[in-house]
Design a protein around this ligand. Structure first.
Ligand SMILES: Nc1ncnc2c1ncn2[C@@H]1O[C@H](COP(=O)(O)O)[C@@H](OP(=O)(O)O)[C@H]1O
Ligand SMILES: [Mg+2]
Length: 227
């Protein structure tokens, strides 16, 4: 927030400065308070020693870099802990909204939304499969940047479904998934399998976050619409 307020940077340079400073801050903090744990960060050279570690911090210092640099509020900071490949704990900060959601203090889910379901999709690359499923269930599409901001919009009851296919990395969804699961939401790959972290290749291209009761139908509808 301070970097953005400084007016020193604009456009891509602003995103780069935000990425880099948030990364240094988080990595320095982890090095000091959890020196024995491994780290996987979008903004760091990957270190293969993480593959033999049980505990790995999975960090996206600035998710929604594009939106951050455009002066919008839909961007997030992700810090998660993978234990044995599962998103065991996580925090998603939404600095422009003054909110941080964490898996140890998950908010209560608001009552289910009565109207047409609201489905979140990427602003810049909405997944074709998600758009097709939205059409099938009569959902309203809500375009928003950042995987963390979208997942937290479901946790906060501002939307009902976050369905993404076609590309993402472990740092984009580990912390959001930890928080959403702790809040009692369904989280899975689009084939219904669990999201597994700390893989050699951190590409983790799809996910579904929604209320548990909505998941079976949504998973069936995606399965009928292969990419
Ligand atoms: N098809 C794709 N391939 C790779 N990464 C993708 C992707 N779609 C989304 N992402 C990543 O997921 C995050 C959320 O994307 P979106 O805002 O479009 O929903 C972004 O992270 P970063 O902002 O950290 O780069 C973006 O780079
Ligand atoms: Mg990201």
């Amino acid at each position: 927030m301070e970097i953005r307020g400084s007016s020193l940077f604009a456009g891509k340079a602003l995103g780069k400065a935000g990425d880099s400073v948030a990364n240094r801050f988080i990595l320095e903090a982890l090095a000091q308070v959890r020196p024995d744990d491994a780290v996987l960060s979008e903004e760091e050279q990957d270190d293969a020693t993480r593959l033999s570690a049980e505990r790995v911090w999975i960090v996206d210092p600035l998710d929604g870099t594009r939106e951050f640099s455009e002066g919008r509020s839909d961007w997030a900071v992700h810090v998660a802990l993978s234990v044995g490949g599962r998103a065991a704990a996580g925090a998603v900060a939404l600095p422009a909204l003054g909110a941080t959601l964490a898996s140890d203090t998950p908010p209560l889910l608001p009552p289910p939304h009565g109207g047409a379901p609201r489905m979140l999709v990427s602003r810049s690359r909405p997944a074709e499969q998600a758009v097709a499923v939205a059409q099938a269930i009569g959902a309203e599409l809500v375009a928003m940047g950042s995987a963390g901001a979208k997942a937290m919009a479901v946790v906060r009851g501002e939307a009902d479904i976050y369905l993404h296919t076609g590309g993402q990395y472990e740092w984009d969804n580990c912390a959001p998934v930890a928080v959403a699961a702790a809040a009692g939401l369904h989280v899975s790959r689009i084939d219904g399998q669990p999201l597994v972290y700390n893989r050699a290749n951190p590409y983790l291209p799809d996910l579904l976050i929604c209320r548990p009761e909505a998941a079976p139908r949504l998973l069936a509808l995606v399965a009928e619409r292969p990419a």
